[in-house]
Design a protein around this ligand. Structure first.
Ligand code: 5GP
Length: 138
């Protein structure tokens, strides 16, 4: 399937739509999920125009996983949790709702947690978590 340039993450990457950002470099942006499955749920989004992991270049995948690793560490410190889940859904049949490759970092376990992409969180609360994650990234 062809990449949809108007998907919401493409707009966030182009700066046309807002996000609560915790990290950005030339290849990757990371921001708070607006319908989090746990407090501190963060999304790591490669800037490359790719829908799924299979569409992403090897260099793009390498750049993304480095940031996923950083964010896992920061989220554990920031949210004071001993563990975090990395989730990555490929294709709508797998539950992917935004057609641009991204990784979820979710504090703790998703087993028995909040449902996926369902409940909007309070923006001020998300900003507070983002500040803690940014501080933990150093
Ligand atoms: P997927 O289902 O594609 O794996 O995950 C997409 C994620 O993006 C969901 O967890 C959903 O809550 C989140 N999301 C959807 N729209 C927006 C948005 O406009 N801004 C942010 N920050 N997150 C979004």
């Amino acid at each position: 399937m062809s990449y949809d340039n108007e998907n919401i993450f493409a707009k966030i990457i182009r700066g046309e739509f807002g996000c609560i950002k915790v990290y950005e470099d030339d290849h990757v942006i990371a921001f708070m999920d607006i319908m989090p499955q746990a407090d501190g749920h963060t999304l790591i989004v490669p800037k490359e125009a790719a829908e799924t992991l299979s569409d992403l270049s090897d260099d793009g995948a390498a750049a993304a996983i480095k940031v996923v690793k950083k964010i896992v560490g920061a989220v554990k410190v920031a949210m004071d949790v001993p563990a975090a889940t990395v989730m990555q859904l490929n294709g709508s049949e797998a539950g992917q709702t935004v057609p641009h490759i991204h990784f979820h970092v979710i504090p703790g376990s998703i087993l028995g947690g909040k449902p996926h992409a369902r409940e909007m969180a309070d923006q001020e609360l998300l900003k507070g978590f983002a500040d803690k994650i940014i501080a933990a990234l150093g």
